[in-house]
Structure formats: C-alpha cells, structure tokens
Design a protein around this ligand. Structure first.
Ligand code: KG4
Ligand code: ZN
Length: 346
C-alpha cells in the first residue's frame, strides 16, 4: 500500500502545534512535531486566558506549520491530507486551528479531517508503542481523567473517570497552596521525593465505592487542613512539612489511580484482548511514581504497559496528524463546513 502523509494542527488549549506523520508499510513515523507553548503569556494571570490564547494561536499557527513542513522535508504537494483538532477545547483557539487547516486544505486541494483532541491522546500509545486494539488507556492531564477502552481509531468506550477535578488540576492546586511554582505537577513530584507520605493523613476518595469513577477535589481540602494544622502547630511551614505534604498527596493519588486501574483492567480483560496492554497518556503520565505504580498493576495481570515519551504525552500535533490519518483510512472526510466544538465527548 502507498504511504500516507498527514499534516496535523493542534490549538485547543495553550500550545500551538503542527506536525507531519507518515504511515508506511513499516508503521507510522513522526517526521516532525513542533510545539510552541504559551506559558509565559498566561503566567501572570494564574491560568490560561482564552482570548490571549486564541490571539497567540492565530499569530503562531502559520509559522508552526511552516516549521513542521520544513523539518519533515515535506512540501504541501507531498501531503495526503490535513488533520486538525476540531474540539473539545477553548473555542477561540480551536477556531483558529480549524480556519488555518481549512485554508491549507482548500488552497492545496487536500482532504480535511477534523479530529477529537481526546482521540489524539487516546491513539498516541499506538503511534509510539505500536499497541494493537483493543487496549486500555488511562488519560490523565490537567483537564482530563478517564479510562477508555480503545477499540479502534474511532471507537472508544469510556469506563469511568473523575467526577470532579482532574489529577493534574489537583497537583497544580497543591503546588499553589504550598507556594510552589506552576505547573504544579513537576514541582510537587520533586518535593515528594524528600517527604514522608505517612506524616500527614490523606483520604483515598471513592475507593469504597465500586466502579472506576474517581474524585480528587477532596485531596485539596485534606491538604489545606493538613497545611493549616502544621502551620498552627509550628508557627509556619517547614521545608520538611512541605515535602511531607507533597509526598502524602502524591501517595494518595497513586493509590487511587492504581486501585481504579486494577478494576478497569479486569473489565478490559473480560474482552479477552489478544495482546493485553494498558497505556497512560496526558501530562500527569510524566509522574514517575504514578508510572511505576501503573506498571506494577499491569505486570500483576501480565499486561503490557506503555507510556509515550513525555513530549507526546502532553499536547502536540503528531497525535492529531496520526488520529486524522487513521480516520481518513476509515473513510472519514470533513468539508469546509467543519466547525469548532468547545464540547465534544468521545
Ligand atoms: O496534558 P497536559 O500538558 O495538558 C492538559 O491538561 O491537557 O497536562 C498538564 C498537566 C498539568 O496539570 C501538570 O501539573 C501535570 O500535567 N503534570 C504533572 C507532572 N508533569 C505535568 N503532574 C504530576 N507529575 C508530573 N511530573
Ligand atoms: Zn490534551
């Protein structure tokens, strides 16, 4: 079969990204993946400001696409299609990306394929590790937390998820409450390495309830209470207190994710997958303690464990190019009426 080459475009949150992915007989290959973050633009506001994000995407998309094509050594003529995140996400940013993709597709006479951002994350372990369908995926980021059975390139079954905060959000809030820098995940992980996870008590929310749903907002309340208790007792927060609080919080997240993954795995294994595999994706998958725990859970049932490299765990356009390419292979095409969707469940 002929190789397929797709351009991918991503602009649903605070990263502007473009990438080129080629699918040949030997499997998919990432020819380039360019990501321009907007972190510095939003830092002073303590969070992503949608209007600033949309404007920055509109400004940076062209240059990201040009760089991605140049790095891949690919001209528009060499492409077989353009894939773009059409949601879910911040509507202004998604619209910027969709308009950019439409312009390129119309100008170069290429097929256009709209992609669900979550499908991009969900298909990443296949792109990076060659996992066969069906596989179990834990998607954990600043905005998402769900278990998906990935059955095909456009076939996903959600079997549970958070009922309130995403774990990344909980890491970020923990960092904020302890005066650590944002994004909070890496800072909390570093502190946790020096701390005693048993020094403070943290709950293990929803473990007493059946199923794979999770809750992380209670951990923030527990952290606040433990922090204030320590401050009242010692007239301030010591370095050790801070490390202990981080360690306790992270251990609670690990326990919850591990136990819920165990349950999700048994539900998945009931499908008798030929090559049982579990994968993690999303920014929180960068956490080494969490990875190690999930790896243990997978090993416990003889399932393969896959965690994409960090730059492909967080938002990027290679995953969008790949998801679009796979949708294209299934016959999906979008027209110039493709619209940006702020909400779009998988
Ligand atoms: O996937 P991502 O880049 O963006 C979305 O949320 O879609 O994920 C970012 C999130 C942030 O909340 C960040 O704190 C978290 O991933 N994160 C981590 C770590 N590195 C990033 N959380 C825990 N441990 C880490 N090492
Ligand atoms: Zn994402």
């Amino acid at each position: 079969t002929r190789a397929l080459t797709f351009l991918g475009i991503e602009s649903s949150c605070d990263d502007t990204a473009a990438a080129v992915v080629r699918m040949g007989d030997a499997g998919p290959e990432i020819l380039s993946s360019v990501v321009a973050g907007q972190y510095a633009l939003h830092e002073a506001y303590g969070g992503v400001v949608p209007e600033i994000a949309a404007r920055a995407h509109a400004e940076k998309l062209d240059i990201c696409v040009e760089s991605a094509l140049a790095e891949a050594g690919v001209r528009l003529d060499d492409l077989d299609g353009v894939a773009v995140t059409a949601g879910p996400g911040l509507i202004g940013g998604v619209m910027s990306g969709v308009m950019c993709a439409k312009g390129i597709a119309a100008g170069a006479g290429l097929p256009l394929v709209g992609v669900n951002h979550l499908a991009g994350h969900a298909l990443t372990p296949q792109l990076t590790d060659g996992l066969a369908f069906p596989y179990l995926l834990l998607l954990v980021s600043g905005g998402h937390c769900q278990f998906l059975i990935v059955r095909g390139a456009d076939d996903f079954t959600r079997i549970g998820g958070t009922i309130d905060d995403a774990p990344g959000e909980a890491f970020d809030k923990t960092a904020k409450l302890l005066g650590l820098p944002q994004p909070g995940g890496p800072a909390v992980e570093t502190e946790a390495a020096e701390g005693d996870p048993k020094a403070f008590h943290f709950p293990r929310p929803l473990l007493d309830r059946p199923g794979c749903d999770m809750s992380f907002s209670g951990l923030k309340t527990a952290l606040l209470r433990a922090r204030d208790g320590a401050m009242a007792a010692r007239g301030g927060l010591t370095r050790q207190d801070r490390a202990d609080l981080c360690a306790g919080f992270q251990a609670a997240v690990c326990d919850v994710l591990a136990e819920k993954t165990r349950r999700a795995l048994s539900e998945y294994l009931a499908l008798s997958p030929a090559e049982p595999a579990i994968a993690v994706a999303g920014g929180v998958a960068a956490n080494k303690a969490i990875r190690a725990r999930l790896e243990q859970v997978a090993a416990g049932v003889g399932a393969r464990f896959a965690a994409p490299p960090l730059r492909l765990c967080t938002d990027n356009a290679a995953m969008i190019a790949y998801a679009g390419l796979r949708r294209f292979q299934l016959g999906h095409r979008d027209g110039m009426d493709l619209s940006a969707r702020p909400r779009w469940p998988l």
